[in-house]
Design a protein around this ligand. Sequence first.
Ligand SMILES: [Ca+2]
Ligand SMILES: [Ca+2]
Length: 257
Amino acid sequence: MAGISVVMVIGVATLTLLHGCDDATAVSVQDDVKTLKDKVSALEFQVRQLLGGNLLQARRSCSDWFRDGFVTSGNYLIDPDGLRGVSDFLVWCDMALVPPIAVIHHNKENKTLVTGFEGNGAYSHDVSYASSSQRIRALMARSGPCHQQLKYQCYGSVIRPSVNGSGTLSYWIANGQKVTSYWPGGNALLGGCACYQTKSCAGGKKCNCDMNDAVWREDSGPVTDKDVLPITGFRIGDTGDASEKVYITLGPLMCEN
Ligand SMILES: [Ca+2]
Ligand SMILES: [Ca+2]
């Protein structure tokens, strides 16, 4: 009987306490509960990471990893098309941006000097990616906008893009095909380089480098058309004279993923 009395007393006391609790206290208790829940989630996340199991199970995108609590930038296993299609592969996910950015690196991201190759497209600058073209295509298909940035600096070396490729000194390679009509940063329909879209190229040309003079000039910009990404190479000419030089800096493929 004594035990029952104690329980009854505590019950009455608790009811009295809750009944007498004002709104401010109730909100404060709710905040405490929320804080504790957040702490439990964080601990659960750390346990998952320590166990490692979840890290071995591919997700379809960087966003899916982020959603599951993996908010630190790093390499993650991605299988963009799920059970079918390509097998999973490691992708660098930049989680600092919303949505996260998938970054596919290649082997020539450092600034490269080209000099000593005179003929049309005489120098081959080929680029290899960390992932196969099938996997990259699958990733792009499941991504939002993608782009790749080129920085191209020239000294006395001309690009001279043309629709039919005749007389084009320097061009780039996409899907194994020569692209001679325009240059990264330029417009596929309009032709030319980035500056040609605003008709602001030096000397009224289609590219700044088409000045072909003893001044450092630049024709840089992104390629955003997934049909021609990623860029797999450049063919550079008009660097045969001792004074003629080009610097190529091609960034990694980046996709909102
Ligand atoms: Ca798959
Ligand atoms: Ca020249």
